[in-house]
Ligand binder design. Sequence first.
Ligand code: ZN
Length: 223
Amino acid sequence: MTSPIDLLRRQVSDLHQELVRYDLVVWTAGNVSGRVPGEDLFVIKPSGVPYDELTPDTMILCDLDGKVVEGDHAPSSDTAAHAYVYRNMPEVGGVVHTHSTYACAWAARGEAVPCVLTAMADEFGAEIPVGPFALIGDDSIGRGIVETLRGHRSPAVLMKSHGVFTIGRDAKAAVKAAVMCEDVARTVHISRQLGQPLPIAQDDIDSLNHRYRNVYGQQRAAR
Ligand SMILES: [Zn+2]
């Protein structure tokens, strides 16, 4: 029988191809991880391996301190940030990081993407916030992600001058948030070229987000 860890290795490996499909990554940048249900472990991309060479077997199993438990390669250089999120946000089951173009254009200015589209109110329930500037090498990226997203409706954060980190109940949800983040960053960017996007009233954002999270989800589940 396939173990939960093997299933997760396959899922996380396959989800990396979604980053390619949606044009969110170049070269070996970007990574997906998923928490092993019920265990203090997660599966993440190896460092420096091209996307078309990623397989379930090349995925790295790590503990929540980011130490390798199983795997032939070094884990992604962003492993410490993923581990910090898993340690500090027990509800999170998946984390994604990309340098997707339009989202990075906002991150480079240190500007949040304002919530000016109903689809954004649905998915993000708020602006997509900016996290602090942080250098790789210690917990500062992870801490910035957690401090920005804890208590925030948005599952995505634009780390200043860097890129996107998204969270989800599982790895697939985090990938979806990364895809949607780039989509709205692009649309709002284009809208800005022609004028000032119109704000949506907070009450309307709240009601759209509530409907999407509750009514809409239940209808989909019933199908
Ligand atoms: Zn990065």
